[in-house]
Ligand binder design. Structure first.
Ligand SMILES: Nc1ncnc2c1ncn2[C@@H]1O[C@H](COP(=O)(O)OP(=O)(O)OP(=O)(O)O)[C@@H](O)[C@H]1O
Ligand SMILES: [Mg+2]
Length: 157
């Protein structure tokens, strides 16, 4: 099952992320897929707000560190695996403690490590339609998708 919505400006993607973030719970893994500049980091910034992470943290892609960690309703582990060749590098750093731990993991460029993304992950694909418009397609186990869809509907999506 999939839920597809449109974001017509960057602020909308933040808001969509916030709604999704408010639905997340301990141990969730969010796999983000989308081209350069699609809006993966923007969506993650919204997710951080939905996880009640303080606005004083600027959520930026952890390009050189691989992972950034922020305290919130659940700890957010923000991965950007753009520079990785594959999942081997993550295996070396013990990714299981993050993916199967009590925090929430959000992974930009998750398609690069598709082989180690848990089956229960929430996958969000962002497609660039034009300068300000993005298609956001969410797939998740049925019950989770229902929860997220219903929260998005309440928020006007
Ligand atoms: N509807 C929209 N949703 C998200 N971002 C948008 C939208 N419209 C315009 N933008 C712009 O697109 C850019 C998205 O950048 P962002 O860093 O979030 O992308 P990204 O997918 O993380 O890129 P990268 O692959 O470099 O990490 C921002 O400059 C943002 O302002
Ligand atoms: Mg990014």
């Amino acid at each position: 099952m999939k839920k597809q919505i449109l974001s017509r400006k960057a602020e909308e993607t933040l808001y969509i992320g916030k709604i999704i973030g408010s639905c997340l719970t301990a141990g969730d893994v969010v796999a983000l897929i989308g081209e350069l500049g699609a809006g993966k980091t923007s969506l993650t910034q919204g997710i951080a707000r939905g996880l009640e992470i303080s606005e004083s943290y600027a959520i930026t892609s952890p390009t050189f560190t691989l992972i950034n960690e922020y305290p919130g309703r659940h700890v957010l582990y923000h991965f950007d695996v753009y520079r990785l060749q594959g999942s081997n590098d993550l295996e070396d750093m013990g990714y299981e403690e993050y993916f199967y731990g009590k925090g929430v993991s959000v992974i930009e460029w998750a398609e690069k490590i598709a082989d180690i993304i848990p089956e229960t992950a929430i996958t969000i694909e962002i497609t660039f339609l034009d300068e300000n418009t993005r298609r956001i397609e969410i797939s998740a186990p049925e019950k989770r998708l229902e929860e997220i869809s219903s929260a998005l509907s309440k928020g006007g999506f």
